[in-house]
Design a binder for this molecule. Structure first.
Ligand SMILES: Cc1ncc(COP(=O)(O)O)c(C=O)c1O
Length: 449
């Protein structure tokens, strides 16, 4: 039998027939290295499955990466100039977009996109709560109201089935987040947007090179935004970008990000300050770092995907471990994070917190991921703030509060387990260690509960 051939049912049969040992001692390598997971759990004083570190992040190759950055530093031209323009050209090409605008970070990329598309006071924006706080912040900071759409727990993405019921005459846009680097259901989201005449701003801040039906995430809506913060798969410390195909809109983005100065063919005849603007220009040394990092992105994305698929094949039969699913339209995932759901019922009621601690003790870095951001006190504080009370009637604010109930997301936030992207840059045997560590905790669950 091949290592991947042990189904969840066979696994359960073997377990309920009396012993995991029967599974482990049989001819089924799927359940890994028994000697590694033998003995006491590390959290109880035993030997951990591994002591070796996973690859660090970010990766910096002194010999290959430094020359360009040093030449920028030595040139004294540190503000936006030709290195940023070179990065924009290359990133647009890589992603299959007509234009790219680099920004100081993903948050400002999103703010710029919302601003130039006219989203502001009075508007409602549909967004999922399973995301990093910035996706919600940018809606509030634009003066609009975020309307929460519950999560599809199988894919960890916003649930399109729950979207239309939230639309009112005030709904102006959808902000789908390709969270964890796994694509959201863009067929459904774009169809809803088209039907209701809504703008789509993709938060692709975790989704470099992810694809929906062969097209890159971030090029599927009106504008797509990216982050290049330190932990990201394409990092430069802090940085961001907007992708778009419409010259007029992209010229407006440029203008807005540069104090409202005119920019591009569409503003050739204009001078001075043509609109309210801000400043969120990328610096030359940020772009020089990105140009070095971008050379590795394709190969790293390939490796993450291979390892993610292999890891799924190794853990999908373990009771209580529910791997994430990808929608049928996903042709590539970026795997900024690798998620699965943990069901404590199959682990003798062992809490997720204790499961995570036991796994960490076995040498596997992991976390429980996002909390329910829609329930964070900051959300209510923002609705109660002077600004929002000036901008909205009590009725509108109350409606926003009422929409904030997302029970599926609440459940997901209790069950999720994440591995960060750098773990997926290790080798196959390291993926085996992850699977063996999970299995070791499973086999010893009774000793921890
Ligand atoms: C989903 C998501 N949206 C937006 C952002 C904001 O990006 P940045 O941190 O570059 O401002 C991030 C970054 O962490 C993110 O993960």
């Amino acid at each position: 039998m091949n290592k991947n051939d042990l189904t969840r049912r066979q696994f359960l049969t073997a377990v309920s027939a009396g012993s995991l040992a029967a599974v482990a001692s049989g001819p089924i390598p799927a359940y890994g290295n028994r000697s590694k997971r033998a003995g006491k759990l590390a959290i109880l004083g035993g030997q951990p499955v591994r002591t070796k570190a996973f690859p660090g992040w970010p990766i910096w190759d002194k010999n290959k990466d430094e020359e360009r950055v040093l030449s920028v530093l030595r040139s004294g031209v540190w503000s936006r100039a030709k290195v940023v323009a070179e990065f924009e050209k290359k990133y647009a090409e890589l992603m299959g977009a007509k234009r790219c605008l680099a920004t100081t970070n993903g948050t400002n990329a999103l703010l710029t996109a919302l601003h130039v598309l006219g989203i502001g006071v009075g508007d409602e924006v549909l967004v999922g709560p399973y995301t990093f706080i910035a996706s919600i912040d940018v809606i509030f900071l634009s003066g609009a109201l975020p309307i929460m759409v519950d999560t599809d727990c199988e894919t960890f993405q916003v649930n399109p089935d729950k979207m239309e019921e939230k639309i009112t005459e005030n709904t102006k846009a959808i902000l789908p987040v390709h969270i964890l680097g796994l694509p959201a259901n863009m067929d459904r989201i774009n169809a809803i947007a088209k039907k209701h005449n809504l703008i789509v701003v993709e938060d692709a801040c975790q989704a470099w090179l992810a694809e929906w039906r062969g097209k890159k995430c971030g090029t599927l809506g009106d504008l797509g935004c990216f982050s290049f913060q330190n932990s990201k798969n394409l990092p430069c410390g802090e940085g961001g970008a907007i992708l778009g195909d419409d010259d007029e809109i992209m010229d407006r983005c440029y203008s807005y990000h540069n104090f409202g100065r005119p920019y591009g063919e569409t503003m050739l005849t204009l001078s001075g300050y043509v609109r309210l603007g801000t400043k969120c220009r990328m610096a030359e040394y940020q772009a020089a770092i990105l140009l070095a990092q971008m050379k590795r992105l394709e190969e790293q994305t390939k490796r993450r995907t291979e390892n993610a698929n292999y890891l799924t094949s190794r853990i999908e039969g373990i009771p209580g471990i529910v791997p994430h699913k990808l929608y049928e339209g996903v042709t590539r995932a970026a795997y900024h994070l690798y998620p699965f759901r943990y069901r404590k019922e199959d682990f003798n009621g062992l809490s997720r917190g204790k499961f995570l601690s036991a796994l960490k003790a076995e040498g596997i870095p992991c976390s429980g991921g996002y909390g329910p951001i829609n329930k964070d006190p900051y959300f209510e504080r923002t609705l109660r703030s002077q600004n929002f009370r000036k901008m909205y009637s009590r009725k509108r604010l109350n409606r926003c509060r009422r929409q904030n109930h997302c029970p599926d997301n609440d459940q997901l936030c209790k069950e999720a387990v994440w591995f960060s992207q750098n773990l997926l840059l290790a080798g196959k045997s390291d993926m085996n260690d992850i699977a063996d560590a999970i299995l070791k905790v499973y086999e010893n669950r009774g000793k921890l509960a």
